[in-house]
Write a protein that binds this ligand. Sequence first.
Ligand code: SF4
Length: 196
Amino acid sequence: MRVSWQSLYDEIYACEKCELCRQIHNKVPGQGDIHARLMFIGEGPGADEDMQGLAFVGAAGQLLTKMIAAMGYDREQVYICNIVKCRPPHNRTPEPLEAQTCLPYLRQQVALVRPRVIVLLGATAARTLLREDFRITREHGIWVERKGVWFMPTYHPAALLRDESKKREAWHDLQKVMEKMKEIGEEASDGGHEGI
Ligand code: SF4
């Protein structure tokens, strides 16, 4: 049986299934259009996200907003969340066990939103959802289809902030997403912009 958004969020807010909840200020379930055709999944909350309880609101979030706008969408038109809903200490990468422990919540979010296309931001998202030995540097930009949902792995915006030279490749990946959205009849109304 499919859960409701309210019961899912209640469950996440009450969750103590892994150690990540011990030092946080807020759970960060994710936000956006709950009927979005396009979804973005990152790794986990950072300091700003932990303070505000919202996904992707820090520097990487601002870049993600630009990336989404360059594709022709508003942030409010997509759904944005992370693999883990609690900030890992010192922004470390979530352990595979932590990611797997939190994964049922993400699966329920995907089941509720029912996106047609999911952009996986960074290696942790791709390793958790596609294959544990996924190499983002080599394998970004290649479509994976699972049960009618199209997954596009690309760089995490934080990685793009650390290395601007990767932006060109990331934009190329996002252009493929725009093409796919057009192909499935879900094209952005303003058609996208010049790049990120
Ligand atoms: S990271 Fe996920 S599984 Fe771990 S405590 Fe937070 S909500 Fe629960």
